[in-house]
Write a protein that binds this ligand. Structure first.
Ligand code: PEP
Ligand code: MG
Length: 873
C-alpha cells in the first residue's frame, strides 16, 4: 500500500522529490537532533493524486491524516480537538521539491475555534489568543476561499480607529466583537469558518494541494524551468509561538551575508511576533546582532545551530526560527539564495575553510551567476554630478536607469513597448512577479533585506533597493515624493543596488572589470575543462576584452563588420557599383589598405593565440543605401546618376537574401574580394613576422554546401597566397584554410569536405535556420507562441536543438573525423556560449566553443562543469 505521510523522523534530506525541500530538511534537522517542533509531511505524490482525482482525499488520505494527528498528539502531549487545556495547534505549509518562495500557501494556528480561543486566552492572555485566532481566520479565508486578506486588514483598521486604540489593548468583549465581524465577512462571501479543527485541517491540506496550480506558482515555474508535474508536499507541524511575550520572537537569518558573501550571521528578527511578520514588512525588524542583547541565551543557541547546519549541508543556510518564551526552535533551513557576488565569495571561502573541494566549488556557482558578476556600474564621473534622491538598503547589486512604474501591470505594458522600467512599490508581493521580471530595477519603501522584493531580486540578479523609507510612495495616485520633489509615472530615475542610492534622471553605465575572485575560480575551471573557449570578435577592443576574459583564441572574426565605417562603406559601395575595371581596382586598393591595418592590429591584439578570420559572408545589397535620399547622396559622391544607381541596387535585391548570393557564392562570382581579403591577412602577417611575431593565419570560408565550392575557392586563394609570397621573395609560412559547417548538406558530405578543410566550425545560426526553415531574423514573431503552446520549449537559436540540428552535427563530426581523426571542430554560432548546450557539445566531440567576449567567463565555467559531469557519469 502506498505510503502518503511521513513523520519528520522518517525522512531525510535526500527525499526532496517526495517530501519537498522543506519537508526533507525538517526531517534531516529532526534526525540531527535540532529543536524542530514535531510534525509530519504529506507527500508530493499525494498532491499529484489529489489534483488528478479530488475524491482521493476522502478515499485514501483522510484516515492517514487522522492517524498522523493522533501520533502528533501523543508526541506533544496536547490535543488537536476538543476543549482540552493542552491545546495542540498546527501550521500547514506547502513545500515543493524546488524552493518557490512565497508562491504557494501557508496557514498558521490551525485548531483554534471560538471555544479553544477562550481557553487559550485564559491560559495566556486575551491579546495573544485573539491575535492568533484573527490570523487563522484571515489566512484560512485567503487560502481556502480566496477572500482577500485586505478585507480583514481594513476591518481591523476600522475597529481600531473606532475604539481609539490598538487591537493589543482591546477588552475581551472588543476582541470577540471583532471576531464576529471577521465571521460576518465569511458570510458575506457565502462561506463559513469550520469550528472543527479536523475540518479546518482537511480544508487547509486540500487548498495547499490546489495552490500548486495557482497562477503565480505557474509563472514562477515557467520562469525557473521547474516542471509542472511535480506537485507540492504539505507539512503539518505543531505550532510554537513567537508572539507569546517579550521573551519570544521570530526571525530569518542567513549564515553568511547573501549580498556580499561575508562570513557573518545576516538577517532580522522581531520580538513578540509570528512567522509572517518578518517577511511581510509590516513591522520593521531588527538586525540579528541585536538578539544578542535582547535574548542572549537564544542567540548563543542559534549561533551553534547555524554552524551545525552550515557544516552539515556544506553551504550557506537560510534559517527560519522561532523563540517561544526563551526557547529556540528551528522551523526551516535551506541553501540560501544569494547574489552573484556572494555566490562566488562563499564558494571560494568554503574551499579555504576546508568544507568543500575546488571541484565542488566549481559546481556551486552557476554560469548565469558569472554573467551577473560582470554587471554594469554607473560611470564614476556622471555619478558625481547626478542629482541624489534617496538611500535605502543595497538589496541586490547592479546599476540601472529606467522609467518609473507603480504596478506590475504597468511594468509589463511599458516593457512590451520596448521601454526600460523601474518598479517602485511600497512592498512587492508574489503577485508582482511578472512585473519584477521585466523591470531593470526594483525599489521599495518598506521591508528589509529579507523582504520579498530583496529575496526575489537577488535570485533574478535584478538590481534592487529595498526599505527606502525616505520615499513616500502612493501606488494609488502614481506618485513618489521625496522631500519637495514629486515624481510621477514615466519619470526617469537611476538605481544603484550596490550602494542603495537612488538618483533622479539617467546615468550612463559601464561594465566592471572582472576581479581576482572570479579569476581564481575560472583558473580552477581551466584546470578541469576539456573543451576550449574562444571568442567571436573582430574589433581590437573586443579582441582585447575577450583575451582579458580568458578566451583561448578567436573562433570567428566576421570581416563584414569591418566595412561599415563611413570611409570604408563608401569604398565598398564603389566596388559593388563599379562600371569599369579602373573603378574596381581603385576601390579594392583602398579596401586592401583598410583591411591590412585591421588585420595587423588584430594579430597584435591576440599575439600568439589562434584567430580564425572568416571571409566576407553577407549579400552585397546589405552594404547599399536604402532610401532615395541616401541614394542621391551616394550618387553625388561616386559621380553617377541616381537613376542608374537605383537600377543597379534593384538588380542586386534578392527574394530570399539568406538563401541567396552570399557566403562562398560571393567568393565564386567575385573572387577579387576574397583575394583582397587574404592579401590583407598575409601582408599583415608577413609584416608582423618580420617584426618578430609568429602568426599562423587561419582563413574560414562561409556557407559551403558542396566540396566543389570549397575546391574552387580554396584553389584561387592558394594560388593568390603563393603569388604573394613569391612577390616578396619569401618561403610560404604555415597557414590553414577551413570551412564553416552551416548548411545541412555540408553536414551530410562532411567526409568530402574534410578532405580539403584544415578545420570545421559549426555556424549553428545558419545551420538552425536552414534545418528548421525558420528565418533567424523573424523567429521572434512566433517563438513566444511556440513556447506558450509547448510546441518548442526553447528558442533553438539560443539553445541547441539536440534532436535535429544536433544530430546533423553528430553526423558531420563523425564523417569529418573518419577522414581526419584530429580535425579541429568548433562552434561559432550563438549557442556556442549557451551553458545549457555546452554539455552536448562536449558529448559529441567538439574541440572548442566560441562566443561573444562577455560570455567567455560563463562559458569557461560551463565547460568545466560539463567535464566534471562527464567524469561523474
Ligand atoms: C552562424 O551562421 O552560426 C555564424 C556564426 O555565422 P553568421 O552568424 O555570421 O551567419
Ligand atoms: Mg552563418
Amino acid at each position: 500500500m502506498a505510503k502518503w505521510i511521513y513523520s519528520f523522523e522518517e525522512g531525510c534530506a535526500d527525499d526532496k522529490a517526495l517530501l519537498g525541500g522543506k519537508g526533507a530538511n525538517l526531517a534531516e534537522m529532526t534526525n540531527l537532533g535540532l529543536p524542530v517542533p514535531p510534525g509530519f509531511t504529506i507527500t508530493t505524490e499525494s498532491c499529484i493524486e489529489y489534483l488528478k482525482n479530488p475524491y482521493f482525499f476522502e478515499s485514501s488520505l483522510k484516515e492517514d491524516v487522522l492517524k498522523a494527528v493522533t501520533v502528533l498528539e501523543e508526541k506533544t502531549g496536547k490535543y488537536f480537538s476538543g476543549n482540552d487545556s493542552a491545546l495542540l495547534l498546527v501550521s500547514v505549509r506547502s513545500g515543493a521539491k524546488f524552493s518557490m518562495p512565497g508562491m504557494m500557501d501557508t496557514i498558521l494556528n490551525l485548531g483554534l475555534n471560538d471555544l479553544r480561543t477562550q481557553t487559550l486566552a485564559e491560559q495566556t492572555n486575551a491579546d495573544f489568543a485573539y491575535n492568533c485566532y484573527r490570523r487563522l481566520l484571515q489566512m484560512f479565508a485567503d487560502v481556502v476561499y480566496g477572500i482577500s486578506k485586505d478585507e480583514f486588514d481594513n476591518l481591523l483598521g476600522y475597529f481600531e480607529r473606532n475604539a481609539g486604540k490598538q487591537a493589543k489593548d482591546f477588552t475581551l468583549d472588543e476582541h470577540q466583537a471583532l471576531i464576529d465581524q471577521y465571521k460576518q465577512l465569511y458570510r458575506e462571501h457565502h462561506q463559513t469558518f469550520p469550528q472543527s479543527s479536523k475540518e479546518q485541517l482537511y480544508a487547509a491540506i486540500k487548498a495547499v494541494f490546489k495552490s500548486w496550480n495557482n497562477p503565480r506558482a505557474q509563472v514562477y515555474r515557467n520562469l525557473n524551468n521547474i516542471p509542472h508535474d511535480l506537485g507540492t508536499a504539505v507539512n503539518v507541524q505543531a505550532m510554537v509561538f513567537g508572539n507569546s511575550d517579550q521573551a519570544s520572537g521570530t526571525g530569518v537569518v542567513f549564515t553568511r551575508n547573501p549580498a556580499s558573501g561575508e562570513h557573518q550571521l545576516f538577517g532580522e528578527f522581531l520580538l513578540n511576533a509570528q512567522g509572517e511578520d518578518v517577511v511581510a514588512g509590516i513591522r520593521t525588524p531588527e538586525p540579528i546582532a541585536a538578539l544578542e542583547t535582547a535574548l542572549p541565551q537564544a542567540y548563543a543557541a542559534f549561533q551553534d545551530y547555524a554552524k551545525i547546519l552550515e557544516n552539515h549541508y556544506k553551504d550557506m543556510q537560510d534559517i527560519e526560527f522561532t523563540i517561544e518564551k526563551g526557547k529556540l526552535y528551528i522551523l526551516q533551513t535551506r541553501n540560501g539564495k544569494r547574489t552573484a557576488k556572494a555566490s562566488l565569495k562563499i564558494a571560494l571561502d568554503l574551499v579555504d575553510e576546508g568544507i568543500i573541494s575546488k571541484k565542488e566549488a566549481l559546481q556551486r556557482v552557476s554560469p548565469a551567476t558569472i554573467s551577473q558578476l560582470i554587471h554594469p556600474v554607473f560611470e564614476e564621473k556622471a555619478l558625481q554630478d547626478a542629482p541624489f534622491l534617496a538611500q535605502g538598503l543595497p538589496a541586490s547589486p547592479g546599476a540601472a536607469t529606467g522609467e518609473i512604474v507603480f504596478t506590475a501591470e504597468r511594468a509589463k505594458d511599458y516593457h512590451s513597448l520596448g521601454k526600460k522600467v523601474i518598479l517602485v512599490r511600497q512592498e512587492t508581493s508574489p503577485e508582482d512577479i511578472e512585473g519584477m521580471v521585466v523591470s531593470q530595477a526594483i525599489v521599495t519603501s518598506q521591508g528589509g533585506m529579507t523582504s520579498h522584493a530583496a529575496v526575489v531580486a537577488r535570485g533574478m540578479g535584478t538590481c534592487c533597493v529595498a526599505g527606502c523609507s525616505e520615499l513616500n510612495i502612493s501606488e494609488e495616485s502614481k506618485t513618489v515624493s521625496c522631500g519637495n520633489l514629486v515624481l510621477t509615472e514615466a519619470d526617469v530615475i537611476s538605481v544603484d543596488g550596490s550602494s542603495g542610492r537612488i538618483y533622479s534622471g539617467e546615468i550612463p553605465t559601464v561594465l566592471v572589470e572582472n576581479d581576482q575572485e572570479l579569476q581564481r575560480l575560472l583558473s580552477w575551471a581551466d584546470e578541469v575543462a576539456q573543451l576550449k573557449v574562444r571568442a567571436n570578435a573582430e574589433t581590437v577592443q573586443d579582441l582585447k576584452t575577450a583575451i582579458k576574459f580568458g578566451a583561448k583564441g578567436i573562433g570567428l572574426a566576421r570581416t563584414e563588420h569591418m566595412f561599415f565605417g563611413q570611409e570604408r562603406i563608401l569604398e565598398m559601395r564603389r566596388l559593388i557599383l563599379a562600371d569599369n575595371e579602373l573603378e574596381t581596382r581603385s576601390a579594392l586598393k583602398r579596401l586592401l589598405e583598410f583591411q591590412e591595418e585591421d588585420f595587423y592590429q588584430m594579430f597584435q591584439a591576440v599575439q600568439d593565440k589562434p584567430m580564425i578570420i572568416r571571409l566576407l559572408d553577407p549579400p552585397m545589397h546589405e552594404f547599399l543605401p536604402k532610401d532615395s535620399q541616401e541614394i542621391k547622396a551616394l550618387a553625388d559622391k561616386l559621380h553617377k546618376s541616381p537613376e542608374k544607381l537605383t537600377r543597379r541596387i534593384e538588380q542586386l535585391q534578392e527574394s530570399n537574401p539568406m538563401l541567396g548570393h552570399r557566403g562562398c557564392r560571393l567568393g565564386i562570382t567575385q573572387p577579387e574580394i576574397y583575394k583582397m581579403q587574404v592579401e590583407a591577412v598575409f601582408n599583415s602577417a608577413i609584416k608582423l613576422s618580420q617584426e618578430g611575431l609568429t602568426v599562423k593565419p587561419e582563413i574560414m570560408i562561409p556557407l559551403i554546401a558542396d566540396k566543389a565550392e570549397l575546391d574552387s575557392v580554396k584553389a584561387f586563394l592558394i594560388q593568390h597566397i603563393n603569388k604573394l609570397f613569391r612577390h616578396q621573395g619569401l618561403e610560404p609560412f604555415p597557414y590553414e584554410i577551413g570551412t564553416m559547417i552551416e548548411l545541412p548538406r555540408a553536414c551530410l558530405v562532411a567526409d568530402q569536405l574534410a578532405q580539403e578543410a584544415d578545420f570545421f566550425s559549426f555556424g549553428t545560426n545558419d545551420l538552425t535556420q536552414m534545418t528548421y526553415g525558420f528565418s533567424r531574423d523573424d523567429i521572434g514573431k512566433f517563438i513566444g507562441h511556440y513556447k506558450e503552446k509547448e510546441i518548442l520549449p526553447f528558442d533553438p537559436f539560443q539553445s541547441v536543438d539536440q534532436d535535429g540540428v544536433g544530430e546533423l552535427m553528430r553526423i558531420a563530426i563523425s564523417k569529418g573525423r573518419q577522414v581526419k581523426p584530429e580535425l579541429p571542430i568548433g562552434i561559432c554560432g550563438e549557442v556556442g556560449g549557451d551553458p545549457a548546450s555546452i554539455p552536448f557539445f562536449q558529448e559529441i566531440g567538439v574541440t572548442y566553443v566560441s562566443c561573444s567576449p562577455y560570455r567567455v567567463p560563463a562559458a569557461r565555467l560551463a565547460v568545466a562543469q560539463a567535464a566534471l559531469q562527464d567524469k561523474k557519469s
